[in-house]
Each structure stands twice: as C-alpha cells, then as structure tokens.
Write a protein that binds this ligand. Structure first.
Ligand SMILES: [Zn+2]
Length: 252
C-alpha cells in the first residue's frame, strides 16, 4: 500500500491494482465543514449537497474519472451490474457495483466499513463492495464474486482483491456478538468481545477461490487514524462524513 498526495488530497494505492486508476481516500482536501470536514462524499449524512458535489468533482479530476457511480448503501448483499453508463449516478438499495465499462469509477462510501475492491485482469471486469459487519455476516464478498462469475465468466483464481482502511481488530468491539455474529466468525475473536474483520474478509475472499497472494489488506484502522472519517470515533450524536474508495477501468 502506497500513500499518494496531490495538493491537499491524499489517498492509498495498492500494487495489485497498479493497472487501474484507483484510490482509498483520506478525509482531507474537500470543502465540507465540521463534522464533515472536509472530503465528505456522501449525500446521505446531512452535509450540504453542493459541497458533496464539489468533493466528488475533486475525486473525479484526481483520477481522471469520466462518470462516477455509487450506491445508496443499505448494509445488504445486493449486487448491481452497470452497463452503458452515461452520467454520474447513485443507485438505491445495493451495496456492490460491477462493471466492464472503461471510464466508470465505482465509489464506495465509508466511515469504518470496508471497501472491497476486485479486479479481474483477464476478463477486464471490476467490482466494489461496501462491507460493514452486516455485509460480512451476509457474505457480500461471495455474492459479488458470484455475479462476476455468472455475468462475465470471471475465474476467481485470476481475481485481485484489496481491502481498504476500515475498522481494525484494535477497535472492533462487539458486546452483543453472540446475537450479532454467526458461529463461523467466533474463531476470529482475538480477545474478549473484539473481532478481526480483516481476517474474516480474507477468509471469505479465499473461500471464493481467490489466491492468498492476490489479496492485500490496507491494515489501517479508521478509528485509530485521524486521516479518515470514523463513525465509531465520532459517535452517533455528532455524526461524521464518508470517505471514498474508488476504482476504474482506464478510459479508452
Ligand atoms: Zn483501531
């Protein structure tokens, strides 16, 4: 994982996605004010929409994105395949996006949740999934890979996967884990009430057939690291913005 900086924007890149414009962005370099300062990319958290639009424009310029596409994420496991995109758009009711169209940036919005970025360099297909703990329980990772297989003939052995900065094992306390998490995840309890969701996602990725060597975890906890929005750090009352992770097949 490499940190990049351009003016006041900063973001992380993975060597596994070196062929693609992509980034896991910090919260800096936007125009929003507290508690959304400053690169808030979500229209759904109470920020001024015109500021969010400027922030999204900065992200597009930074990576050379033609059309930026996102989801109104609902912590479900629905996957949407995007074809013939001609403008920026946001789709309701889904948490994962898949496309083969060059120039279309797939944006995941996060404040502690994982963005899972997938790239099939053989079939030239990309996917991005919003994966919070509810997504982990539903295994949206498997759902996304299955759509890539069924629609585009992806062989998981060719896939590359990157896990964005997100809630780390240091801060992933689940007091009600017996009710919230299935038995298959209980083995990832690293101390009383704390779980390693990075490891859970790795297991789910490997279970689809992706090679261990083709998975990279950012390993940055968004609660500990002030460069990112964190729902857990901010608390429900104050609220916070959403960082963005985005990838794109290069524009033709
Ligand atoms: Zn932490």
């Amino acid at each position: 994982m490499k940190r990049e900086q351009q003016d006041s924007l900063c973001w992380y890149r993975s060597n596994l996605l070196a062929d693609l414009p992509h980034g896991m962005f910090c919260r800096h370099g936007g125009v929003s004010e507290q508690p959304f300062a400053s690169l808030n990319l979500s229209y759904g958290v109470g920020d001024q929409p015109d500021k969010v639009t400027i922030n999204r424009q900065r992200l597009k310029q930074c990576l050379g994105i033609t059309h930026l596409v996102s989801a109104v994420q609902v912590h479900g496991d629905q996957v949407l395949v995007l074809e013939e995109i001609e403008q920026d758009s946001e789709y309701a009711g889904v948490d994962a996006l898949v496309t083969q169209q060059p120039g279309v940036g797939l944006l995941i919005q996060q404040a502690d949740c994982q963005a899972v970025l997938l790239y099939d360099p053989v079939q030239q297909v990309i996917a991005a999934a919003h994966n919070g703990w509810k997504g982990s329980v539903l295994n949206i990772i498997a759902a996304t890979v299955q759509v890539m297989q069924a629609r585009f003939g992806t062989d998981p052995a060719h896939l590359r996967a990157v896990l964005s900065p997100s809630l780390g094992p240091c801060c992933a306390e689940f007091v009600n884990w017996r009710q919230e998490l299935p038995a298959s995840m209980h083995g990832q309890q690293i101390r009383a009430n704390y779980f390693d969701f990075w490891a859970i996602s790795r297991e789910q990725l490997v279970a689809t057939g992706i090679k261990e060597t083709q998975i990279e975890t950012a390993g940055l906890c968004t609660v500990c690291n002030q460069d990112f929005f964190s729902y857990r750090r901010a608390g429900k009352k104050l609220g916070t913005g959403r960082c963005g992770s985005v990838l794109m097949l290069p524009a033709l």
